[in-house]
Design a protein around this ligand. Structure first.
Ligand SMILES: N[C@@H](CCC(=O)N[C@@H](CS)C(=O)NCC(=O)O)C(=O)O
Length: 305
């Protein structure tokens, strides 16, 4: 399937500015210079559009087999579909070993960093209040005030009720925050020496990180403030703090996801050496190459030989 060339009928992406995955996918469309229309969910423009089987954001409307359009979700496979639909400015690195590391870091952003996003948005009163006030108004600014207030209350009650489900609680909060602060320090170091996480061109990892950071560093007040977080706003009782510290240390070994943040820099730092070989296509030594880069990061245990 190819992207329709007709400029009057660009691809439609239904999303919300407060949705990290919507920002991620829209950034890919922008970087790849794929013409698209950005439609806010629940806005008048979204009325009558095809709905996906699962109501998640973002939704990409692609030409369906019957000539109509069908709504698809899940940013990671959608990025891969777009790669196949249009050549040029692709975001999957051509080197298979680097592509693997890129996918790993994309997964880190999508599945782990999002815990920080959810935690910071809904665990602290100032962040939750701002989100409740703004999120419903993104659908439309001219709706009735009492409706926006009602929707804001509904969003926040639902999301705060889910905090435990996504894993943010008194014990895990310091782990999540320490991991977030570690990532910021590592990204700061990495991006002052390299334009993108894995070198001179953006990969899926950059877009995944960008999506989550548009919220963490660009919208929610607590994670935007240096050192912001539970430890400074709502001290955790000392007994829980001890347990959390132990988990935090263990996190580097037993729960590999926090360790991926640390891996980003050492992965990034070694990538130029691999990329310098200038080869592409599957090679027998791809696995050895990935193993060598991941050695010592804590991530190697995810991929036993
Ligand atoms: N894996 C999906 C995640 C999508 C997702 O969780 N989107 C959130 C908004 S950022 C959503 O629609 N949440 C609604 C819900 O969980 O009910 C992706 O990469 O697109």
């Amino acid at each position: 399937m190819e992207i329709p060339a007709d400029g009057d009928h660009p691809l439609t992406i239904v999303g919300m500015p407060g949705s990290p995955y919507s920002r991620k996918l829209r950034a890919v469309l922008r970087y790849r210079r794929i013409p698209h229309a950005w439609v806010h969910q629940f806005s008048p423009e979204a009325r009558g559009l095809p709905r996906p089987r699962v109501e998640l954001l973002p939704q990409l409307l692609l030409p369906g087999p019957d000539g109509g359009r069908a709504a698809h979700t899940d940013s990671t496979p959608l990025i891969r579909r777009l790669e196949a639909m249009q050549a040029g400015r692709r975001v999957i690195p051509p080197d298979p070993a680097i592509a693997f590391l890129d996918a790993l870091l994309e997964d880190y952003a999508d599945e782990w960093l999002t815990k920080a996003m959810f935690h910071y948005r809904w665990a602290f009163a100032p962040d939750a209040a701002q989100a409740a006030a703004i999120l419903p108004r993104w659908a439309r600014t001219d709706g009735p005030e009492d409706e926006a207030v009602r929707m804001g209350r509904m969003f926040s009650e639902r999301q705060i009720g889910r905090l435990g489900v996504v894993g943010s609680n008194a014990v895990t909060a310091p782990v999540i925050e320490a991991s977030y602060h570690r990532l910021l320090a590592l990204l700061d170091a990495r991006l002052t020496e390299s334009r993108f996480v894995l070198g001179g061109r953006p990969g899926c990892a950059d877009f995944g990180l960008y999506g989550q950071l548009t919220q963490l560093a660009g919208f929610d007040p607590t994670p935007r403030a240096p050192g912001g977080g539970r430890t400074c706003l709502r001290p955790v009782p000392p007994r829980q703090r001890g347990r959390a510290r132990a988990r935090c240390r263990a996190g580097r070994v037993h729960d590999r996801r926090p360790a991926l943040g640390a891996a980003a820099v050492s992965v990034g730092a070694q990538v130029p050496r691999v990329a310098a070989r200038g080869e592409s296509g599957a090679r027998p030594d791809d696995r050895r190459c990935v193993d060598a880069i991941l050695a010592g990061t804590g991530c190697e245990a995810l991929f036993p030989a």
